[in-house]
Design a protein around this ligand. Structure first.
Ligand code: GUN
Length: 298
């Protein structure tokens, strides 16, 4: 079987195209949508994510406010910055890049963000509203995964979906979205994690497997049934002396072998990553429209 490659870059470009008219309308109203991106420290992966997010903003006409703080920043200083951004009229969305340094309580910082500006969708109010099926700013990776499935003819409705990973930013909110009684939902969802015995006994029954555990090539071909649809959320650096940077990015899926058995699969890079970044732009546009009392905000 030759698997369909679900091209995250292409779907992301389509969604960005759909956003351009909305961004123009907001900008014509007086000021462009604004996104503040807060990075504490210099973790190389975080630096590259944040740089990419700022580049995306520039491309589509969202103004980005680049806030880079030293690793030694205290929790109080960070909370003060969030307060200032909450009150800044030019800022429609606030993203605090995770992970934060160990001396900072991430939950306190995330809960300080005004829910109206919570473009990551990590605030308890955003998550609660999502779980109830109420309009909310959806977490970017889970929303991106659902968009990838629905836009490529793999509606999760009625399907057995297995998610590997129970993080607050992917596994748990994704399980919630996929079980909602609405478009993009209606799936039967199993969440596997580090304490699940025999993960393969679950994944072998799955129509759709979503790997989000952060372990390179964890999902192997013997763990899936023929015709499965596979979404790989993982981004892992593995040493590669032949690569210019000395490492290569691989997902949580043993791509070559699983692609031989699957009916559709996402690559890494070029799969979920561009979708996550694009849903952040989407959320920033929604937040900007709502803050300006524009009607259509979906
Ligand atoms: N770190 C890894 N993924 C994410 C994300 O989606 N948002 C934020 N803020 N930090 C992250």
């Amino acid at each position: 079987m030759t698997a369909q490659i679900i091209d995250g870059k292409k779907i992301a470009a389509e969604i960005q195209e759909e956003l351009t008219g909305r961004i123009a309308r907001i900008t014509d109203g007086g000021s462009p949508p604004g996104l503040a991106v807060v990075l504490v420290g210099e973790d190389p992966a975080s630096v590259s994510y944040v740089t990419a997010k700022e580049r995306d903003c520039e491309k589509v006409g969202i103004r980005s406010f680049d806030m880079r703080l030293p690793e030694s920043t205290t929790e109080t200083e960070l909370l003060e910055l969030v307060d200032r951004l909450n009150g800044d009229d030019q800022v429609d969305g606030i993203l605090v890049q995770l992970p934060l340094p160990k001396h900072v309580d991430s939950n306190r910082v995330l809960q300080r963000i005004d829910p109206a500006k919570d473009v990551d969708g990590f605030h308890p109010l955003s998550l609660g509203r999502m779980m109830l099926g109420l309009p909310s700013l959806l977490p970017c990776t889970p929303h991106g995964v659902v968009q990838m499935l629905t836009r490529t003819g793999h509606d999760p409705s009625g399907k057995n979906v297995v998610i590997i990973g129970r993080s607050n930013i992917v596994g748990k909110p994704l399980a919630s979205l996929l079980t909602l009684k609405q478009a993009g939902g209606n799936a039967t969802v199993t969440v596997c994690h580090s304490r699940t015995p025999e993960i393969a006994s679950h994944t072998r029954n799955a129509d759709i497997v979503i790997a989000a555990i952060g372990s390179a090539r964890f999902l192997t071909a013997d763990m899936v049934k023929p015709g499965v649809v596979v979404i790989d959320v993982g981004v892992n650096r593995v040493d590669d002396p032949t690569a210019k940077r000395g490492y290569r990015l691989v997902g949580d899926v043993d791509y070559d072998a699983v692609a031989e058995k699957a009916s559709a699969i996402t690559p890494v890079p070029g799969g979920v990553g561009p979708m996550t970044r694009t849903m952040l732009l989407h959320n920033t546009v929604i937040a900007a429209e709502r803050r300006r009392n524009f009607t259509e905000a979906s």
